[in-house]
Ligand binder design. Structure first.
Ligand code: ZN
Length: 139
């Protein structure tokens, strides 16, 4: 009887070990940010809207890619938007607008982004910053 009980304990331990390893694998996978990129888009320079309609600028596919840089590499990017210059900082796995000359300062106030799909938009400057997969830039 004692031997069977030991076997059961062993099996229970193994099951917990396997579940534990599986949970760890999922958590480690979720936390994996090495292959995330900060993608910075703009609209066509001829884009004439003065209304800054958010809906007009929601789709990155509609934009022109300016930068696609790894989220895990600290970097400062200076760009000239439609209305003003902007300083975008990538630091410790987060991206944010450090400085912008745009009215309203919405992009600065949006804070930092660090997860897949998050975005910072500066409508006056027609700049869309988002986190996703690497985007190839054609010259
Ligand atoms: Zn702005």
């Amino acid at each position: 009887m004692g031997k069977i009980r030991n076997d059961i304990i062993l099996i229970v331990c193994l099951v917990f070990l396997i579940i534990g390893a599986f949970v760890w694998w999922i958590i480690a996978g979720l936390g994996h940010t090495d292959d995330l990129y900060v993608n910075i888009y703009t609209r066509d320079k001829s884009y004439a809207s003065e209304t800054y309609d958010l809906d007009d600028f929601e789709m990155p596919e509609d934009g022109i890619i300016l930068y696609s840089v790894p989220l895990m590499e600290d970097k400062t990017i200076n760009i000239t938007g439609k209305q003003s210059d902007m300083e975008i900082v990538i630091k410790n796995g987060k991206a944010y607008v450090e400085e912008s000359g745009c009215p309203g300062q919405d992009c600065v106030e949006m804070g930092s982004i660090s997860k897949y799909g998050q975005a910072i938009i500066c409508l006056p400057n027609l700049i869309y910053i988002t986190i996703g997969n690497q985007v190839s830039i054609d010259d």
